[in-house]
Ligand binder design. Structure first.
Ligand code: 13P
Length: 283
C-alpha cells in the first residue's frame, strides 16, 4: 500500500520506535526490501536519491516500478516513496507530479532564510497533494553519490525556526552523523537532539544510519529519532556477497544469478535493522 509518511512516522514518534528508510537503486533492491518488510510486517520508507532516479531512468520509472512491485507482490504494509535529498524546488515538484508520496528538500547549503523560503514553497505544493515533506538543517556531511562534503552541526534555534515557519512534517538536523563509511566513531550530539525534539515534537530523522552502533541508535530513538536512513550498509552487504559468489562461480554469467547472490545478505541486514528500530509488526 503506497502512502505518505505522516501516519507511520507519527505512530513511531508517539510510541518511541523508528521507521527504516532504505535507499533503493534498482528493481532487485526494491523487491528484496519490500519482500522482507512485508514478511516482518513493518512499514517502510523507500528513499531514492536524485542520482538513483537518474540511474533508473527518471521519476516516472521509479514510481511505476514501486507501484507495480507493490501490486504484483501483493504488498500490504504501508510503503512511502520518498525523494532523498531533493536539491531544488523543481526536483521536489517533479517527484510529486510523478507520484512520490514524500519528499525531502535539502536546502541546507543555503542561508537559513533561503532554506526557509525554498522549504515553504515545497511544503505548499506538497501538502495540497497529500505529500509529506522533510527538510534539513545544519549540514550532514560525508559522501553521497560519490560527492564528499563537510559536516556542520545544526543550531537548536535554527531547527526551531525552520520547522515552525515552514510546517514541515519531519526534520533532519545534522547532529554528528555522516553519509558513507565513518572514519572513527560518530559523535552524535544527543543533548541537542533532545532539545530540538522537546521544542518541536515532530519526528526527527537521522541520516547516515550505516555504521552507527546499535546502542547509539537506541539512544537516538529515545531522544526523538523516528526515521533512520540506511544506504551504505545494504550496499556493502550486497557487494560482499556478490563478490564471494563471483569468485567461487567463475563460469556463471546470468545477471539474474549474480544480482540475486546478494539477496540473503541484504535481507539479513534488513532484519537486524527492523528489529533494532522496533518496527516489526507495526504495519
Ligand atoms: P548511509 O549511506 O550512511 O547509510 O546514509 C544514508 C542516508 O542518510 C541517505 O539519506
Amino acid at each position: 500500500m503506497l502512502v505518505n509518511a505522516k501516519k507511520m512516522l507519527m505512530d513511531a514518534h508517539n510510541q518511541k520506535y523508528a521507521i527504516a528508510h532504505f535507499n533503493i537503486n534498482n528493481l532487485e533492491w526494491t523487491r528484496f526490501i519490500l519482500e522482507e518488510c512485508q514478511k516482518l510486517n513493518s512499514p517502510v520508507i523507500l528513499g531514492v536519491s536524485e542520482g538513483a532516479i537518474h540511474y533508473m531512468g527518471g521519476y516516472h520509472v521509479v514510481v511505476s516500478l514501486v507501484k507495480s512491485l507493490i501490486n504484483d507482490l501483493t504488498i500490504t504494509i504501508p510503503v512511502a516513496l520518498h525523494l532523498d535529498h531533493g536539491s531544488s524546488v523543481d526536483s521536489c515538484k517533479k517527484a510529486i507530479d510523478a507520484g512520490f508520496t514524500s519528499v525531502m528538500i535539502d536546502a541546507s547549503k543555503y542561508s537559513l532564510e533561503e532554506n526557509i523560503r525554498m522549504t515553504k514553497e515545497v511544503v505548499d505544493y506538497a501538502h495540497s497533494r497529500e505529500v509529506t515533506v522533510e527538510a534539513e538543517i545544519g549540514h550532514i556531511g560525508g559522501e553521497e553519490d560519490g560527492v564528499a562534503d563537510e559536516l556542520a552541526y545544526a543550531k537548536v534555534e535554527d531547527a526551531i525556526s525552520l520547522a515552525k515557519e515552514t510546517n514541515i512534517d519531519f526534520l533532519a538536523p545534522a547532529l554528528g552523523s555522516v553519509h558513507g563509511i565513518y572514519k572513527g566513531e560518530p559523535k552524535l550530539d544527543f543533548e541537542r537532539m533532545k532539545k530540538i525534539n522537546d521544542a518541536l515534537n515532530i519526528p526527527l530523522v537521522l541520516h547516515g544510519g550505516s555504521g552507527i552502533g546499535d546502542d547509539l541508535i537506541r539512544t537516538a530513538i529515545q531522544c526523538g529519532i523516528s526515521k533512520l536512513n540506511i544506504n551504505t550498509e545494504l550496499q556493502m552487504a550486497w557487494n560482499d556477497a556478490v563478490r564471494d559468489f563471483i569468485e567461487s562461480n567463475q563460469n556463471v554469467y546470468d545477471p539474474r544469478k549474480v544480482i540475486k547472490a546478494g539477496e540473503m545478505a541484504m535481507k539479513k541486514t534488513i532484519d537486524h535493522k527492523l528489529e533494532l528500530l522496533g518496527s516489526i509488526n507495526k504495519a
